[in-house]
Design a protein around this ligand. Structure first.
Ligand code: SAH
Length: 409
């Protein structure tokens, strides 16, 4: 018996059949199928590119398969024209990357730091690429994206199109574990440079590729920084300030700014960022306080501290649906305290990055906090994540950030 080498165009992709429920989900525009909706899978290897079909065998498109995640199927193409929709996978990847870059050219303003590729929202499930000026930081979050051919194609295409000084990989060991991927260290993949500075909305920031949270900064808040700065005034408190994203944007329009975070390393960078922006700050100093936000709010309430602008941007309290009730209590406590501490005419900027907390839940919590605090809130803006973190309308999971700017009386 001879084994024929696989050639493009021949039918070589394994087929995964999904249940009617899984097929309906895909037909409604979603891009995931859970393991419980997979009815049969040929001998599929982890991370393989597969043809997806309904239970009768009708082809629905192509996907990347995960052998370990609850999300077994992540669609990469809805092309169903031929028997094997994706004949040239590297070419498809290159096209997707080109499209993602073109979209950012359309929507990103006043920044050389933004998300270049946002996973499902760019039809590249499991791939995150962030640009920080001349450094690209990427994360591979799924078996399919971690395959060598995919990695090499992505790196070469990004190098060619964006000419970065360096490309670094930020590894989240927990994610690799969930996807049953072998451990890998974070590191430089191209070039030598691991630190730089970047600018958003005219404010400068330090970037260190292997430090900090996420891939370095909270790029999803970039447009919200500018929105907050439009309305901020007087004495401002930035709670959960991290490296000073909001605080630095507020400083030029406020008389005094205090940033609070429990992470000392984050505050050290925040202070360096303030120094980097000395011209913009024009001699104004920002005070950085290392504290637990809940404790600090209690202390400040006891001493009757008052502010004109308060930003509340906590970490995701609800990482799963199960944690939702506790999360809502946490959000309510923080917002209630912030509302009580605002002078009449004050500005509240309040955020939640938990996907499990819907915008409706968040506004309801805020309404209830306003009642309890005996304050009137006028919604100035109800915002989401920056446009470089696009929301795919039929994939609700791609919308996660809420940012409300309100006037408080
Ligand atoms: N506003 C920031 C992002 C905040 S991320 C920005 O735009 O860049 C959440 C931050 O909350 C992290 O910096 C984390 O160190 C901090 N944090 C987490 N729990 C905290 C707590 N209990 N008290 C104070 N800070 C906390």
């Amino acid at each position: 018996m001879s084994i024929m080498p696989s050639t493009p165009g021949s039918s070589v992709l394994p087929k995964v059949k999904v249940s009617p429920r899984g097929a309906t989900r895909l037909k409604q525009g979603h891009v995931w199928v859970y393991r419980s909706d997979v009815v049969s899978s040929d001998d599929v290897s982890p991370g393989a590119l597969v043809t997806v079909a309904d239970h009768r065998g009708k082809v629905l498109g192509s996907a990347l398969y995960s052998s370990s995640s609850q999300i077994a199927i992540r669609m990469i193409s809805r092309e169903t024209a031929s028997h094997e929709p994706v004949a040239d996978f590297p070419a498809l990847l290159r096209q997707r990357i080109a499209d993602a870059i073109a979209y950012r050219e359309q929507v990103v303003r006043d920044s050389n730091a933004y998300r270049v590729i946002f996973s499902e929202a760019d039809f590249l499930p499991g791939l995150i690429v962030d640009r920080y000026n001349d450094i690209l930081s990427f994360q591979m979050l799924t078996q399919g994206m971690d395959a060598n051919l995919v990695r090499e194609t992505v790196i070469s295409e990004l190098t060619q199109r964006m000419s970065p000084a360096a490309i670094v990989e930020r590894v989240d060991p927990r994610v690799r574990d969930l996807e049953s991927l072998p451990a890998r260290a974070s590191g430089l993949l191209r070039g030598e440079k691991a630190a730089s500075t970047f600018t958003m909305n005219g404010v400068q920031f330090h970037f260190d590729a292997f430090e900090g949270q996420k891939t370095g900064a909270f790029l999803d808040q970039r447009e919200n920084y500018a929105a907050a700065a439009q309305f901020a005034h007087g004495e401002a408190l930035d709670v959960f300030c991290y490296q000073g994203g909001f605080a630095l944007h507020l400083a030029p329009c406020c008389s005094l700014v205090t940033g609070v975070d429990s992470s000392r390393p984050a505050l050290e960078v925040a202070d360096q960022n303030a120094a980097l922006n000395h011209q913009l700050l024009n001699g104004k100093e920002i005070e950085w306080i290392e504290a637990n936000a809940f404790d600090l709010f209690k202390d400040y309430a006891a001493s009757r501290r008052q502010y004109d602008t308060i930003v509340v941007d906590p970490p995701a309290f609800a990482k799963s649906k199960r944690e939702l009730d506790a999360a809502m209590r946490g959000y309510k406590e923080l917002n209630l305290r912030a509302l009580k501490m605002l002078r009449p005419g004050g500005i509240l900027v309040t955020c939640s990055c938990s996907y499990h907390v819907s915008q409706a839940d968040f506004l309801e919590m805020l309404a209830s906090a306003a009642l309890d605090a005996h304050r009137t809130l006028r919604l100035i803006e109800v915002r989401g994540q920056s446009k470089d973190h696009p929301v795919l309308l039929n994939v609700p999971e791609t919308a996660y950030l809420k940012c409300v700017v309100a006037a408080v009386n």
